[in-house]
Design a protein around this ligand. Structure first.
Ligand code: 3HC
Ligand code: NAI
Length: 700
């Protein structure tokens, strides 16, 4: 069992011991129940203290058990909390480090709570598409007030124990310990003092009212509806807290339980729980153990001070690391530094950054025109023009000057990292770090593992990604890596939709209704349509069999590269980003269709969305099979953090599983029968076909 009993004089100490965060899994719950029985049976024991071993009091219900019979098995969390409430000896929670979800609910079931300073307290269930399901919505408002509790429950945000203890009249914490080190002793002393006090206080007996009642909840409901959009849980949180103010305690508990169980089965909650795990799984690389030694990275060098070089540098400056930027000309350096400064100044203007922090960050930035000045850097990231000969010249110079053991990274988006590594005599130190634009904003970092990349280099760069707050996902070497390789198929399919009768706005609207931040044509205008044009020109030589709609080339021939040229698939008013449907483009597409001479038809939103999303999924299946991505959940993280895939759908692989792989394959077969589509396009990837045949899923 993962909760232990120990008598300490007259006090029983129950310690939750279920690493990493003392999740309240079945064996922990059984341990608490057994320890409570022992404490209550022992005449020498006068009071009980519950605490957590290691780095948390408790992170809540054990997320790993969700969906398994263990999650609901007796004693469930509600029964355990009942045991605490019904104990004939007072129970004191000694709360430290992390007290979240079911962990906080457990503490609220105790008669008293003693907290260490700076402890992270939250009911974060809403972030998993749930609401607190073991009394949190009924008890928290009773101890910190309705408004403070509702804010915590609807947002899931963490609040420090010190801030909560400062709420006037709060009854959450009966005592604040001087430090985490003295917490247990102070809790035991407190328990000794309370041993004979009767009646023992229970949170359930406290009153729960809001002075403005319904008016307040109506106001709060409008706010929640406005922000929650595709997530059902936040409004259910509100319903449950409102019930706490209106119903008897036990009725409120039953109401909360019903809502909790219903939410547990929603696709949104399943998706959010998948994302929680996927996010943490991304840093786990099958053949690179967590204890792989890491190289020390203190100083960064960046080659190229253009769009990406500047944004990449900002990540490290933000993390307090010195950066030296190298360019070929002073003007380019001056431009790069001015852009970084402008970015920071705009944050200062918006009140998001202080002038002092701006000065500190700019103080960490230096520039040079000489490779010799890079010799102290522990890692260099190249972000020069996307041309192999330019990369070759740069990497040869880096090989000559960088100190032994320095990591040599390329931000290339399309070139072969193995070929780049081969320009050096240290291919084991070479890796790809594919940042997304704007690099100081976008969460995603594709870490491209070359065939020679050393394991400690990979482990170091993954850890560095965490330090600069990126979601880092490992990709093998291939054209486009994970994200762009998939998006190429999606863009091809978007082009075919135009050839068959859609307008760019119709496609974008359908995809945005599905939940993407942006449809493919608006995205093209933002990224620059010339990028795809260059790729298609290359493909015409490398892979002439690949078919594309000609519409995108025609657009580029008109110089309509997108927002940067003031026109693309859409028109843009000067200085504005609002996409205005363009009659010129629509006429151009119609003329092209007429030239093709194929019949056109009206295509519904469902077909548009599925042709695009299934294009992603089928290519992803190839990527998985080839080992470019090591797990399906990594692909989901790429699409959620780099491509605006709707969070509540959990990513393309999760979406495919939810839709049913059999259904995906069947729909693809129907698309393949469309004489206007490219039938080879819809050839199911072998992995997809195999999973369908075996009745399995991508994400397990
Ligand atoms: N159950 C099981 N494992 C958990 C867990 C939980 N509740 N919370 C975190 N973990 C695991 C993570 O999966 C990770 O495992 P790994 O090392 O194998 O990857 C490990 O703990 C460390 O997690 P983080 O990387 O997130 O570490 P941090 O130190 O940055 O954060 C934390 C720790 C603040 C606890 C953070 O993990 C967190 O916010 N966890 C979510 C807590 C949560 O949502 N609790 C509510 C659960 S639902 C519930 O309680 C229902 C109830 O109302 C009935
Ligand atoms: P950019 O054209 O804005 O900047 C490139 C910079 O490199 C210029 O300032 C140029 O003066 C400098 N440069 C060129 N040759 C150099 C050399 N030999 N030594 C030092 N500096 C040199 O290009 P951008 O967009 O920043 O792209 C850089 C790299 O990042 C490319 O490999 C690109 O494929 C990749 N990338 C670009 C993304 C984007 O959205 N722009 C996204 C992800 C990757």
């Amino acid at each position: 069992m993962t909760a232990h009993y120990q008598a300490s004089g007259n006090i029983a100490v129950i310690t939750l011991d279920n690493p990493p965060v003392n999740g309240l899994g079945l064996s922990t719950r059984q341990g608490i129940a057994a320890a409570m029985e022992q404490a209550n049976a022992d005449k020498a024991i006068t009071a009980i203290v519950i605490t957590g071993a290691g780095k948390a009091f408790s992170g809540g219900a054990d997320i790993r058990e969700f969906g398994s019979p263990k999650a609901m098995a007796e004693p469930n969390l509600l029964s355990v909390i009942k045991l605490l409430e019904q104990s004939n000896k007072p129970v004191v929670a000694a709360v430290h480090s992390v007290c979240m979800g079911g962990g906080l609910e457990l503490a609220l079931g105790c008669h008293y709570r003693v907290a260490a300073p700076n402890c992270k307290v939250a009911l974060p269930e809403v972030k998993l598409g749930l609401l607190p399901g073991a009394g949190g919505t009924q008890r928290l408002p009773r101890v910190i007030g309705v408004e403070a509790a509702l804010n915590m429950i609807v947002s899931g945000d963490t609040v420090s124990s010190d801030m909560l203890a400062a709420i006037p009249g709060q009854q959450l914490f009966n005592k604040m310990a001087a430090s985490a080190d003295s917490l247990l002793e102070e809790a035991k002393a407190f328990a000794t003092d309370m041993a004979d006090v009767r009646p023992m206080p229970l949170v359930r007996d406290l009153k729960c009212k809001h002075p403005d009642g319904d008016a307040y909840f109506q106001f709060a409901r409008n706010m929640v509806r406005g922000t929650a959009k595709n997530f059902p849980a936040p409004e259910k949180c509100l319903d449950a807290v409102q019930a706490a103010t209106k119903r008897k305690f036990e009725d409120g508990m039953a109401f909360e339980r019903d809502l909790f169980i219903n939410l547990m089965w929603t696709a949104e909650s399943r998706a959010l729980r998948h994302v929680f795990m996927a996010d943490r799984a991304a840093s786990k690389i099958p053949d690179v153990p967590a204890d792989t030694p890491k190289r020390e990275i203190k100083q960064i060098a960046v080659i190229g001070a253009g769009t990406m070089g500047g944004g990449i540098s900002m990540n490290f400056l933000n993390a307090g690391m010195p950066v030296v930027m190298l360019e070929t000309k002073q003007e380019a350096l001056d431009r790069g530094v001015a852009t970084i400064l402008k970015n920071y100044e705009s944050q200062v203007k918006k009140g998001k950054l202080s002038q002092e922090v701006l000065d500190q960050r700019m103080g960490l930035l230096s520039t040079t025109l000489t490779y010799d000045d890079l010799k102290d850097a522990d890692m260099v990231i190249e972000a020069v023009f996307e041309e192999m000969n330019v990369k070759e010249a740069v990497f040869k110079q880096l090989d000559a000057v960088m100190k032994p053991g320095a990591i040599l990274a390329s931000n290339t988006s399309t070139l072969d990292v193995d070929q780049i590594a081969a320009f050096t005599k240290r291919p084991q130190d070479v890796i790809g770090t594919h940042f997304f634009s704007p690099a100081n904003v976008m969460k995603l970092l594709e870490v491209v593992r070359g065939k020679a990349t050393a394991k400690d280099v990979l482990a170091t760069v993954m850890a560095l990604g965490k330090r600069i707050k990126k979601t880092s996902v490992v990709s093998g070497v291939c054209d486009g890596f994970i994200g762009n390789r998939m998006i190429e198929q999606y863009s091809r399919q978007a082009g075919f939709l135009l050839d068959e009768g859609c307008t760019p706005a119709q496609v974008d609207k359908a995809v945005e209704k599905f939940g993407f931040a942006m449809g493919p044509f608006r995205m093209g205008d933002l990224a620059g349509n010339d990028i795809g044009w260059a790729i298609r020109k290359r493909r015409a030589i490398d892979k002439p069999d690949i078919t594309y709609s000609k519409t995108a080339d025609l657009l580029c021939e008109l110089g309509r590269y997108g927002q940067k040229t003031g026109a693309g698939w859409y028109d843009y008013a000067p200085g504005q980003r609002k996409a205005i449907p363009s009659t010129l483009v629509e006429d151009m597409v119609s003329e092209h269709r007429a030239k093709l001479g194929t019949p056109t038809r009206k295509i519904g939103d469902e077909e548009i969305v599925h042709r695009l999303v299934f294009s992603l999924i089928n290519e992803a299946a190839h990527i998985l099979e080839e080992g470019i991505a090591s797990k399906a959940s990594d692909i989901d993280m790429v699409y959620l953090t780099g491509y605006g895939f709707p969070l509540w759908r959990g990513g393309p692989m999760r979406y495919a599983d939810e839709y049913g792989l059999f259904n995906v394959a069947q729909r693809m077969q129907q698309f393949a029968a469309n004489p206007q589509d490219d039938a080879t396009f819809w050839q199911p990837a072998p992995l997809l076909a195999r999973l369908v045949a075996e009745g399995k899923t991508f994400t397990g």
